[in-house]
Design a protein around this ligand. Structure first.
Ligand SMILES: Cc1cc2nc3c(=O)[nH]c(=O)nc-3n(C[C@H](O)[C@H](O)[C@H](O)COP(=O)(O)OP(=O)(O)OC[C@H]3O[C@@H](n4cnc5c(N)ncnc54)[C@H](O)[C@@H]3O)c2cc1C
Length: 546
């Protein structure tokens, strides 16, 4: 394929334009830097935030359990991978980010006395979740605000590699997912904001990988690209996430339901969560998922239900008609089709598919092991992403003011350029399409590396991956869109291989969103983070960070 080359240069390059990327771009621009905000999607709708968010988490120092010490207690635990510095950065950015949202026109809901309408969730000690009205407007409003600041968006840019000059970040490369143009960007500093949670690694009961609850557009760039550039990743083995889903509905819906006091019932009509978490449904999400999984193993479901029939009519109405559609506007059509009415009947739910995460290791200024490469993706959630992106953007801008523009490694760029477009040259006998290949990854992950697994099942997964590896050079794309999907599936594959090997290091259960049947107990000696990096051949190497 004949491709045009486009080259850009900027002081601060923000990789990913969802919540973290928006926070980073705003802070960097406000600090006076020239900022390019790159994403394979479009700024107005990219990322999870583009799907609409209905809560923003913040401590406000207004009521009990509402301050920095409470944040430290919740987040800076030995195995979280977060330092107190990161939590402090999160805290410092909360109020500025709330102001940005309100200045942009986002409707944070207030009670009649003028304070924010907030609720408790996720086992947190205080009412940290501010309700948002019309959550699907957040992204377009932020996009307008960001453009108004003079940030330059670079939409539809699939980033395939980070580029370095020595051990310094020098930029990135990839292609335009609509036109196929080859793109390079040179920068003084860069901020990683490509999403903490890689999805499409496993299926829910619909067996449609894009019908899922979170981020089908995140396939591991945030982990694999920095790893391949020499950074390290924490907690690849235990950062899995999953949630309960309204049955057959591929979007998260549990925040509001759990926060407002929904009761989960098993097939026998028992409210069982007390067995798994002292805060029941409002405890850790991991406990709800693993608790429901355990009930399934014991034969007490499916079906499972969330019961809101004890709510006041006003609360049930607010939940069903204000909060739930904030996640996805079509929610009310789903309710109508299934005759769902929170005031009258429990809502059927299921354990959804899993996703894989990991935190790129960074210091107090969120600079990673690669010089001038900062990390904005450290804490999940809208505010975790936006605030730590905001902090990273500020640090990146200040560093950019001190350093020279690096050189791009031109020989590597040319070599990689041919590799990037290779799937377009494949086809015919022996070739395989990205979706067939990717389906193979999920089959391995679901069968051998599911909610319950053993050393033997993971060894078998790695053997199956060996078979799949032979197909990588044969993945064929006939359009630029398929080229994007091909790169996503290859990245997903590299991620899953690293992930399984990382999970094999942790010989215990209870810290992750899965159970090792061969090591069913929590091992207190393993209250530490696994650090993953790659050796010169690209194979993962592991060590423990005490
Ligand atoms: C429907 C929905 C509702 C939610 N509701 C809430 C809520 O109410 N409150 C809350 O706190 N949280 C909520 N969340 C979670 C919250 O939205 C996310 O945690 C947060 O937005 C994550 O932002 P992020 O910037 O880390 O990355 P993501 O949103 O995961 O975005 C990553 C971005 O990087 C881009 N990208 C990835 N790889 C590449 C690549 N190789 N090249 C180019 N671009 C790339 C993607 O296109 C994407 O735009 C919700 C999530 C969803 C899906």
């Amino acid at each position: 394929m004949e491709t045009r080359q486009k080259s850009y240069e900027t002081e601060v390059l923000v990789l990913g334009s969802s919540a973290a990327g928006c926070g980073a771009a705003i802070a960097a621009r406000r600090a006076g830097a020239e900022v390019l905000l790159a994403d394979k999607g479009k700024l107005e709708s990219s990322g999870c935030l583009g799907g609409g968010n209905d809560h923003f988490m913040a401590v406000l120092d207004e009521v009990e359990h509402d301050g920095l010490e409470d944040l430290y207690g919740y987040y800076a635990t030995p195995v979280s991978g977060l330092t107190r510095d990161h939590v402090r950065n999160f805290y410092d950015a909360m109020k500025p980010c709330i102001k940005i949202l309100e200045d942009a026109g986002v409707e944070l809901m207030r009670t009649p006395d003028g304070s924010y309408m907030r609720s408790v969730g996720f086992g947190q000690p205080g009412p940290w979740w501010i309700h948002i009205n019309h959550g699907y407007n957040v992204k377009p409003l932020l996009a307008k605000y960001i453009k108004g600041l003079g940030v330059k968006p670079l939409d539809h840019f699939m980033i395939t590699h980070l580029l370095k000059d020595g051990n310094r970040i020098a930029g990135c490369m990839g292609f335009d997912v609509l036109k196929g143009d080859f793109i390079t960007v040179r920068c003084k500093t860069a901020v990683l904001c490509m999403g903490l949670t890689a999805q499409r690694v496993s299926n829910n009961s619909s067996h449609k990988p894009f019908n899922q609850w979170f981020s089908p557009f995140v396939t591991g760039s945030q982990i694999m690209l920095p790893l391949e550039a020499g950074a390290s990743v924490l907690n690849l083995d235990i950062s899995d996430m999953a949630t309960m889903l309204p049955k057959g509905w591929g979007a998260p819906g549990m925040n509001g339901i759990n926060n407002m006091g929904g009761h989960e019932l098993n097939a026998r009509g028992e409210r069982f969560m007390g067995k798994y978490d002292p805060m029941l449904e409002n405890g850790l999400r991991r406990n709800q998922v693993m608790g429901t999984f355990q009930e399934t193993l014991e034969g007490y479901g499916p079906p499972f239900f969330m019961d809101m029939t004890h709510f006041t009519t006003e609360d049930a109405r607010h939940l069903q008609y204000d909060l739930m559609p904030g996640d996805k506007e079509t929610y009310l059509e789903y309710c109508e089709a299934r005759k769902i009415d929170f005031t009258k009947t429990p809502l059927e739910v299921e354990v959804g598919e899993r996703m894989i995460g990991g935190i790129v290791r960074s210091d107090a200024t969120q600079e990673t092991d690669v010089e001038n490469l900062f990390n904005g993706n450290i804490i999940h959630s809208f505010s975790g992403a936006m605030c730590l992106g905001y902090a990273a953007g500020g640090f990146a801008a200040r560093k950019a003011a001190e350093v020279e523009m690096p050189s791009l490694p031109e020989d590597m760029v040319e070599r990689r350029r041919a590799e990037i477009y290779a799937p377009l040259e494949n086809g015919g006998k022996g070739s395989v399409s990205w979706n067939v290949f990717e389906d193979g990854i999920r089959q391995v992950m679901d069968y051998y590396v599911g909610y319950q697994r053993t050393e033997g099942s993971m060894e078998q997964a790695l053997k199956s991956f060996e078979t799949l590896a032979a197909y990588v050079p044969r993945i064929a794309a006939s359009t630029v869109r398929e080229l994007m999907r091909s790169h996503e599936s290859m990245e997903l594959f590299r991620l899953c291989r690293c992930y399984v090997q990382a999970c094999m290091q942790r010989k215990e259960s209870g810290r992750a969103m899965y159970r090792r049947a061969d090591y069913p107990e929590l091992d207190p000696a393993l209250a530490k983070c696994l650090v993953t990096s790659l050796d010169e051949s690209g194979n993962p190497v592991f060590r423990w960070n005490d």
